[in-house]
Design a protein around this ligand. Structure first.
Ligand SMILES: Cc1ncc(COP(=O)(O)O)c(C=O)c1O
Length: 389
């Protein structure tokens, strides 16, 4: 009999929705034109790109000409930070971000530090919420950019972006948010959030990998990251990935339609999973805020169980989960996000992230609740640490 497969690592990536795949297919095979060409092939591709721009803009309540297509969240983050830094360095060299950002932000900041910029990393509290008092204190006359993520990829903490953006606006500082984990999962409205720049990525919402977008509020000036042709109104050189962009557009349209269901059905599945684990397995604790967080994920520590070992045991039984963030796994470094929350280091190393999508079912959750207690119990039976209490 075939083993049941349950995919609960949707913050790492999501399966492509078959409707997205169908929308992309013609742009590989029949309508393969270069969107910059003048002939009919080119015009068809161009129209498809502009339709997709409208779909992306609709989802985040932006205008189509405020959407720049990129190769994904990493490039959007790099473009935002490096583009603003390069353009505004004559005004100042200070950038503020947080200690729980994705590596696409943190590594870019490290590089900017090497190039002479000064970066302040704002700490978070035990629940993963950015310390607004510290952020306010950090702002000075040299500050040109503040970048704070919307939803955290590991613990799901949702920051109060509108408050932070208002602080930045008051001081005439540009504000960027990495919304790669929130767009398509909760309502994101760039006007209400009052952000200048926002990153998103297709593969976190049932779209293809390697394509994303950066929202750039009208009037915001910044330098390009890539130079070459005059694509994307000279804001990013390079032949457009038409099928990928069509896929991103379709993924945005479908996510827009499914937002309500995501918030109710997926949230209910997550709650059932979390409640089941906490009730059936002793010595378990949820990491981060249980209120200000994304509806589809829970990050749980299992005392005296090594996270990586639990991940592998679950994988043997067909269940895919994650420890720390997907992009840093494989290197078994402690999670910088759980480290930033403070607290017990052993609990940090026993954390597992379960992240669901609209494609998960009640049977998936039931299966995990059926096998997980036994796996944890067997691991603890052979753990001298657990027996020692
Ligand atoms: C919060 C966040 N930002 C940025 C990225 C990078 O996005 P991409 O994989 O599209 O480059 C990720 C991916 O995990 C993420 O979770």
């Amino acid at each position: 009999m075939k083993m049941r497969q349950v995919y609960l690592d949707n913050n790492a990536t999501t399966p492509v929705d078959p409707r997205v795949f169908e929308a992309m297919r013609p742009y590989y095979v029949e309508d393969f034109g270069n969107a910059a060409s003048i002939h009919t092939y080119g015009q068809k591709a161009h129209c498809a790109v502009e339709d997709a721009r409208g779909q992306v803009a609709d989802l985040i309540r932006a205008r189509p000409n405020e959407i720049l297509f990129t190769s994904g969240g990493t490039e959007s983050d790099n473009t935002a930070l490096r583009g603003v830094a390069a353009r505004h360095q004559s005004r100042g060299n200070h950038i503020i971000t947080t200690s729980i950002e994705h590596s696409a932000i943190l590594r870019t900041c490290e590089q900017l530090e090497k190039e002479g910029f000064c970066i302040t990393y704002i700490p978070v509290d035990r629940k993963g919420m950015v310390r607004l008092d510290k952020l306010k204190e950090a702002i000075d006359d040299q500050t040109i950019l503040i970048s704070v993520m919307h939803g955290n990829n590991e613990i799901g903490a949702i920051q109060s972006i509108e408050h932070i953006a208002a602080m930045a606006r008051e001081r005439k500082i540009l504000f960027h948010t990495d919304a790669v984990q929130t767009v398509g999962k909760i309502g994101v409205n760039v006007e209400e959030l009052s952000v200048d720049l926002l990153s998103l990525s297709a593969h976190k919402m049932h779209g293809p990998k390697g394509v994303g977008a950066l929202y750039i509020r009208r009037g915001v000036s910044m330098n390009p990251l890539l130079f070459g042709g005059s694509h994307e109104r000279s804001r990013r050189a390079g032949t457009l990935d038409v099928p990928g962009i069509v896929g991103l557009g379709k993924a945005c349209e479908l996510s827009n339609e499914a937002l309500e269901a995501f918030n109710t059905r997926v949230r209910a599945l997550r709650d059932k999973l979390e409640k089941g684990i906490l009730e059936q397995i002793p010595d378990t604790v949820v990491n981060g805020s249980r209120t200000e967080r994304l509806p589809h994920l829970t990050n749980i520590s299992f005392r005296s169980v090594e996270g990586e070992a639990l991940l592998i045991s679950l994988d043997f039984q067909g269940v895919a989960v994650s420890t720390g963030s997907a992009c840093s796994s494989g290197t078994v470094e402690p999670s910088h996000v759980l480290t930033a929350l403070g607290g017990n280091q052993k609990l940090r190393d026993s954390a597992i992230r379960f992240s669901l999508s609209r494609m998960n079912t009640k049977n998936d959750v039931d299966y995990v609740l059926q096998i997980l207690p036994g796996i944890v119990e067997r691991m603890r039976e052979v753990s001298p640490l657990y027996r020692a209490g």
